[in-house]
Ligand binder design. Structure first.
Ligand SMILES: Nc1nc2c(c(=O)[nH]1)N[C@H]1C(S)=C(S)[C@@H](COP(=O)(O)OP(=O)(O)OC[C@H]3O[C@@H](n4cnc5c(=O)[nH]c(N)nc54)[C@H](O)[C@@H]3O)O[C@H]1N2
Ligand SMILES: Nc1nc2c(c(=O)[nH]1)N[C@H]1C(S)=C(S)[C@@H](COP(=O)(O)OP(=O)(O)OC[C@H]3O[C@@H](n4cnc5c(=O)[nH]c(N)nc54)[C@H](O)[C@@H]3O)O[C@H]1N2
Ligand SMILES: [Mo]
Length: 765
């Protein structure tokens, strides 16, 4: 028992903070400098520059950073990447290796004492390794023995539903398709993925209201939009290339409204990285109007805007709403308008924390525009009423007829570079009947119909020992999921955990009785199979499917590609499979042929994927076709405002990313755009709240979270005064995940509420 505890809590050492002035604009020279310094340190300068030249080029590899699309036509010669894309590549192409020798010297207990930053910097894993029950060291294992071990354990289960198959969103279409095929032939739909913690709320809301779980805009729409509203998103750090698109909107006379509890630097001003002449100077202003909303105040804010728009419309009929669109394409309008009368602006206003005057300014801007794009990310999707957040913004777009026309629509900005593609390939615990039917027809087997576990349910199942095997296709499950201590117990309850990974991470030290690490090729590396060099394909945030081929020599001769690993496990496990797994791996064109036969939109896949820039998947909402909804029309919905009530001395806390991390991979210890250098255990607070709590800058505090009578504690954070609404605070993910209660999740989508955690703050004496 004692040993388990030791592994579950990441260390809490503080590093030595330095506070800097918050920069006035994003990107520009400091970004280039930072990118080069990471590349130099991890990869070496010459090799690194060669690598960057291939990033996001049509003959190169897809950036493992975010899912923001590349331009359809013109690609800058050397520079379709950003600072953080360069860092992501540097991390993957690092010279640092985690070999069997490393594992012989570092016990698992010893690794567990390192910080996430230190663990990540150890580098790429070179050989398959295993830890046996009761042992504290990983040791080398052959691929064959690893596959046999997995197959023996899987086949010994009482039911296939006792195994869980997680996916993180970097996995290629080819690997994802094979993975879900194997899992379903094995007999379960237990396919949770990182989407469950990410854009699941968007998928739920958009499928219900517009009939497709993906966004409707293309990159070109930003060239035509009259207004872009960016809600709950920090693109300066997480999707830097989006700033270029916003810059284009501005150049053409469009406006930008930003809705965020923090004045995120990148959204305010930026310096185009591809236009060095402009690096000197203040940069281009992006945001025209900033609404500093309280955490989870978005539905209240949108309702005020909707009510004010309605007032204007009633005063001057047909001046604001697109009645033709509403009549032709939607249902539920009358009911929706009636429901707005149940809310009063006076009651809604305190939830937003914004002056009415500023909300009126925003309403005036919206009222005049006919082509509106709304972009959003985790600031909207990780709350109890997250699905409501997104349905409410859809209401606004529907009123304005801003869906399915140029320069307008929904833009949920995806995280992982192929998270959207993985879903298209069938990585989902709730598969559609039509999809299972096609799989059965093509592969002659009976696919399971019972819905599987999502991430939260999977953790519960492992904790209750209803599930005994965990296999992770990429990702870092222990650090990405909520309730770290509870999730650690869940994983440690398993008979077997298998991590298919590129780099060492904390999930390798929180293992089941037997633990396996299977190292795979990264995006930037050559994938050589029997028929020659292979490429893979991915889908970006706007539904463009394109190819990605690595150019580097693989880091170690023992690495296998993700498709080859899936095939290896499948071949060993499935005794009666009619699928020829070895054949499929010889030539990935054969996998793509199978995708074409089972998934709509992939006609002539092998041909079209070879075209420069790839191809667009069909998107019904983009064409004003809402037939996939229950009524065949787009739907107005009634949505709930936040029901959070803070007691005295309680605060609402959001967990956010720094500028120097990729989810659980910590590139460095700085958050340059927020002026925090060399420390991650910090809590951002409003200065008035600090005063009321008797706290001073850099005081050391412990945090306690509250949920359904249970308290959770995270120790050792430094207080930082910041521009953030009163009673709102922010900490960094994953350090604060111990505080996120496993049962605190969004209605419908089941997404952990990583942006609404109720806490109190306790000064160390
Ligand atoms: N460099 C880098 N790039 C990444 C990632 C990374 O870690 N590093 N992660 C990738 C992934 S998987 C994802 S999902 C995306 C994440 O991209 P983001 O969603 O931009 O990431 P977060 O840091 O979670 O930022 C959430 C933003 O929402 C705001 N916010 C929080 N709560 C609320 C709220 O209640 N209302 C409103 N209006 N705003 C709120 C926060 O202030 C913050 O600006 O980025 C992807 N790209
Ligand atoms: N509190 C809090 N929790 C959150 C969030 C939050 O905002 N707040 N955000 C949530 C979100 S949006 C997401 S998407 C999840 C992210 O959850 P995950 O996707 O599980 O986490 P990552 O940190 O992206 O995973 C990094 C690991 O993936 C492996 N890896 C990298 N590239 C590859 C590859 O090409 N192949 C394979 N097989 N492995 C690879 C490396 O070993 C690396 O250590 O976290 C969620 N958790
Ligand atoms: Mo994400």
């Amino acid at each position: 028992m004692k040993k388990k505890k030791r592994h579950s809590e990441p260390p809490q050492k503080l590093t030595g903070i330095e506070l800097k002035k918050i920069p006035k604009s994003a990107v520009g020279l400091p970004a280039i400098k930072s990118a080069i310094s990471h590349i130099k340190e991890e990869v070496g300068l010459m090799k690194g520059i060669g690598l960057l030249a291939k990033l996001n080029q049509t003959d190169g590899f897809d950036c493992p950073g975010c899912a923001w699309p590349d331009p359809d036509e013109k690609r800058a010669f050397l520079a379709e990447y950003c600072e953080n894309g360069a860092k992501a590549v540097a991390e993957e192409a690092t010279k640092n290796k985690v070999s069997p020798l490393f594992f012989a010297t570092y016990s698992i207990s010893k690794i567990s004492k390192l910080s996430d930053y230190e663990i990540g910097k150890k580098g790429r894993i070179t050989h398959p390794v295993v830890v046996y029950p009761g042992k504290d060291y990983y040791e080398e294992i052959s691929w064959k023995d690893a596959f046999d071990l997995i197959s023996n354990k899987l086949n010994a289960l009482a039911s296939p539903n006792e195994a869980i198959f997680y996916t993180s969103g970097r996995t290629s279409n080819e690997a994802a398709f094979l993975y879900q095929l194997f899992v379903r032939q094995f007999g379960t739909n237990n396919l949770p993925d990182c989407s469950n913690m990410c854009h699941e709320s968007s998928g739920s809301a958009l499928s219900e209201t517009l009939g497709i779980g993906k966004g409707s805009v293309t990159l070109d729409d930003f060239n035509h939009a009259e207004l872009v509203i960016v809600m709950g998103q920090n693109p300066g750090t997480n999707h830097p290339r989006m700033l270029t698109a916003l810059g284009e909107t501005k150049k053409r006379g469009g406006k930008i409204i930003t809705i965020n509890p923090l004045p995120e630097v990148g959204l305010m001003r930026y310096n185009d990285p591809q236009n060095p002449i402009k690096w000197i100077g203040k940069g281009q202003q992006l945001t025209d109007l900033f609404l500093q909303v309280k955490i989870n105040g978005d539905v209240a804010l949108l309702k005020i805007i909707l009510k004010l728009l309605l007032e204007k419309e009633q005063k001057n009929p047909h001046s604001i709403f697109d009645h033709h669109f509403i009549k032709e394409y939607t249902v539920g309008y009358t009911h929706f308008i009636e429901d707005l009368a149940n809310y009063s602006i006076e009651e809604l206003l305190p939830q937003t924390g914004i002056e009415l005057k500023i909300i009126k300014e925003a309403t005036d801007l919206i009222a005049q525009k006919k082509k509106i794009i709304i972009c959003w990310a985790m600031g909207l999707t990780q709350h109890k009423n997250a699905v409501d957040n997104i349905r409410e913004l859809v209401n606004l777009l529907l009123l304005k007829g801003s869906i399915g026309k140029k320069g307008a629509g929904t833009c949920p900005v995806r995280g992982h570079s192929n998270v959207q593609g993985d879903r298209t390939m069938g990585i989902w615990e709730k598969p559609k009947e039509s999809f299972l039917n096609s799989l059965e027809k093509e592969f002659s087997f009976k696919a399971p119909r019972k819905h599987g576990y999502d991430v939260v349910d999977a953790i519960e199942a492992m904790h209750q020992k209803k599930a005994r095997i965990f296999i992770g296709m990429g990702g870092n499950f222990i650090s990405a999921t909520p309730d770290t201590t509870y999730t650690a117990e869940a994983l440690q309850n398993c008979d077997l955990t298998v991590q298919i990974s590129t780099k060492l991470n904390r999930s390798h030290v929180i293992h089941g009785k037997t633990g396996l690490i299977l190292p795979c090729l990264g995006r930037s590396e050559k994938d050589l199979q029997e028929s020659g060099e292979q490429f893979v394909s991915v889908e970006n945030s706007m539904g463009v499917v394109h190819s990605s081929s690595g150019h580097l020599q693989p880091l170690s001769e023992y690495l296998l590609s993700e498709p080859a690993i899936v095939a290896g496990i499948a071949k060993a496990t499935l005794k009666n499979s009619t699928t020829n797994w070895s054949e499929l791996i010889k030539d990935y064109d054969l996998i793509r042929d199978k995708i074409e036969s089972t998934i709509p939109g992939f006609e002539n896949y092998n041909n079209r994927i070879r075209k420069k820039g790839g191809f667009y998947l069909p998107n019904s909402a983009r064409n004003k076709d809402f037939s996939p909804t229950l009524t065949g029309k787009a739907k107005f919905t009634l949505n709930a405002v936040s029901d959070i009530i803070l007691k005295k001395d309680q605060f609402i806390m959001m967990t956010i990313r720094t500028h120097d991390q990729y989810n659980t991979t910590i590139y460095g210890l700085d958050d340059r755009y927020r002026g925090v250098i060399n420390e991650r255990r910090v809590i951002f607070m409003n200065p008035i709240d600090m005063k009321s709590q008797g706290l001073e800058k850099l005081d050391l505090v412990d945090l306690i979270s509250y949920f359904e009578g249970k308290e959770r504690m995270a120790k050792g954070f430094l207080v930082l005064p910041y521009s953030i609404p009163k009673r709102c605070t922010a900490t960094y993910f994953p350090e604060a995940n111990v505080l996120v209660p496993i049962q605190s999740k969004a209605r419908i989508s089941n997404t952990p509420t990583s942006k609404t955690i109720i806490i109190s703050i306790h000064k160390r004496h």
